[in-house]
Design a protein around this ligand. Structure first.
Ligand SMILES: [Zn+2]
Length: 411
C-alpha cells in the first residue's frame, strides 16, 4: 500500500527511466497499432492508433491549461490513419505523421503512464483511482482497527491522508480526544471538503427523543443497518461524535464489514448471492425531521448487494426499519429472496464486532460498506447519551485523498 507522502514522479514507469538513453524502436502494425520499444531490453509498449490520434497533445487538439480535448467533438477519430511513425531520441518523443497531414508527438513518460498492459492498469487503479479494500471478519477486528488523534487530523495533512486511506481500505477508523463541542462532526466534514446535507439536516443529533420520527432516536437496540438505503445518492461516510456515552451497560456500537459478508455469500452460497445481487428491494423513508421539519418521501429500489461493472461489491443496502412492505418484484421471487436474505443476516450477525465509544471519540465508517448498530441503553436524569453525526460523500473523500497524495498532478 502506498504511504501518504506526496508521490508525484514515483508512479508508473519509473523503473524504465535508466534505459531511456538507449535507442528505441517504433513499428506501425497493420495501421491499427503503434508499437514502441523504448530500449532493446525493455518490454514493448503497444497503443491503438485511434487512441493516439484521439489523444493528440498538440495545441490544436488539446487545451493544456484546462486538460481538455478540443478535437473530436462531433465525430470520433476512427478513420484517422497513421502514415509514418518514428522516435525522437533527443526529445524522447514518439512522432506520428498522419495521412491527413496532421502531426503528433507524445512524451515517452506520458505514454508509459498510459500503458495498456494489465500490470500498469492495475497499478493505476490501486495507486490513483482507489486504494483496494482490505476485507475483514470478526477475528481480524483488532488488526484492522486504526486510531488517530482528532487534533492531528485537523492540523496535519499527513494524518488526514492516513485517516482517509484507512476509511478507504479498512472501512472505518476511530478518532480520539475530540473536544466536547457539537461542531466536531461538522469540522471533520469540512476538513475533508463538504458536508452532505440530507433530509435530516447537515449535522444530526442522535439522542433519545420523545415522539421520535426515526428509529435511531429511541433507546431500543438498533439492528445492524446501513444509513439511507432509500437514497440513490447514499451518504458515503458517517461521522459519529460521542459527546456523552451512556453509563448504562448498553449503548455499545456494533459493526460488520458488509463487503466481507458479501464475499462469503459469493463463495459459500452462490445461489443466494445471485438473488441478493439481482432482486431489487424497495427502501423507503416517509416522515419529517422533528416537529417543524419539512416533510419527506424518499424511495429507492436497489438490491442488498450492489456490484460495479467489474463485478466488485460497491454498496450494501440493509435496514430492516427502512425496508418497504411494498416489494415490487414478481411473486415467484419473493420466497427465495427471503431465504437468501436470512442467510445474509445470519452472516452479518456472525461477523459482527462490538465496542463502546467514550466521550471524545469519533467513530467514522464507510456507509456503503459497513453495517452498524447499537445495543439498547437507558438514559438517567444525570446521564443522557448524546452523539452528533455528519455525512460526507465518497466523491469528495477520494478527491481529497488524491490531492493529498499527488499535490502536483497535472493529468
Ligand atoms: Zn493534434
Amino acid at each position: 500500500m502506498l504511504s501518504c507522502r506526496p508521490l508525484i514522479g514515483q508512479l508508473l514507469g519509473r523503473q524504465f527511466q535508466r534505459h531511456a538513453s538507449r535507442s528505441a524502436a517504433v513499428k506501425l502494425l497493420d495501421q491499427r497499432y503503434v508499437e514502441l520499444t523504448p530500449s532493446s531490453d525493455a518490454r514493448p509498449l503497444k497503443f491503438p492508433s485511434v487512441w493516439l490520434r484521439d489523444n493528440c497533445q498538440c495545441s490544436e487538439c488539446f487545451h493544456g491549461a484546462t486538460r481538455a480535448r478540443k478535437s473530436h467533438w462531433e465525430r470520433g477519430p476512427l478513420h484517422a490513419k497513421a502514415q509514418a511513425v518514428s522516435y525522437d531520441e533527443q526529445r524522447q518523443q514518439l512522432v506520428i505523421n498522419w495521412q491527413d497531414a496532421h502531426n503528433s508527438s507524445y512524451d515517452l513518460e506520458w505514454l508509459r503512464q498510459r500503458d495498456f498492459s494489465a500490470e500498469a492498469r492495475q497499478r493505476y487503479l490501486n495507486d490513483v483511482y482507489r486504494p483496494s479494500a482490505q476485507l475483514w471478519g470478526k477475528t481480524q477486528f483488532g488488526e484492522v482497527t486504526r486510531e488517530f488523534r482528532y487534533g492531528d487530523v485537523i492540523a496535519q495533512d499527513a494524518v488526514l491522508c492516513a485517516w482517509l486511506e484507512a476509511l478507504a481500505v479498512q472501512g472505518f477508523a476511530l478518532l480520539r480526544e475530540a473536544p466536547d463541542d457539537v461542531q466536531v462532526a461538522r469540522r471533520l466534514a469540512e476538513r475533508i471538503g463538504y458536508i452532505k446535507r440530507t433530509t435530516y439536516g447537515d449535522v444530526f443529533e442522535v439522542k433519545s427523543k420523545p415522539n421520535a420520527g426515526n428509529y435511531a432516536y429511541l433507546m431500543t437496540p438498533l439492528p445492524m443497518h446501513t444509513d439511507m438505503p432509500y437514497y440513490e445518492y447514499k451518504a458515503g461516510i458517517n461521522i459519529l461524535h460521542t459527546l456523552v456515552q451512556s453509563d448504562s451497560p448498553g449503548g455499545a456500537n456494533t459493526m460488520t464489514d458488509g463487503f466481507f459478508v458479501a464475499q462469503r455469500m459469493r463463495e459459500e452460497h452462490p445461489k443466494y448471492f445471485e438473488l441478493l445481487r439481482s432482486v431489487p428491494v424497495n427502501w423507503y423513508d416517509i416522515g419529517h425531521d422533528g416537529d417543524a421539519g419539512k416533510p419527506f418521501h424518499s424511495l429507492w429500489r436497489a438490491p442488498v448487494i450492489c456490484l460495479d461493472v467489474d463485478g466488485q461489491v460497491v454498496r450494501i443496502n440493509q435496514n430492516a426499519t427502512k425496508r418497504d412492505s411494498r416489494f415490487t418484484v414478481p411473486l415467484e421471487q419473493v420466497v427465495e429472496w427471503y431465504e437468501a436474505y436470512d442467510k445474509f443476516l445470519q452472516l452479518v450477525h456472525d461477523e459482527s464486532v462490538q465496542f463502546k465509544t467514550r466521550g471524545g471519540d469519533v467513530f467514522v465508517f464507510n456507509n456503503l460498506r459497513m453495517l452498524h448498530g447499537r445495543t439498547a441503553y437507558e438514559d438517567s436524569p444525570k446521564n443522557k447519551r448524546h452523539l452528533v453525526g455528519a455525512y460526507v460523500d465518497w466523491d469528495i473523500i477520494y478527491s481529497k485523498l488524491r490531492t493529498l497524495k499527488f499535490p502536483n498532478a497535472k493529468d
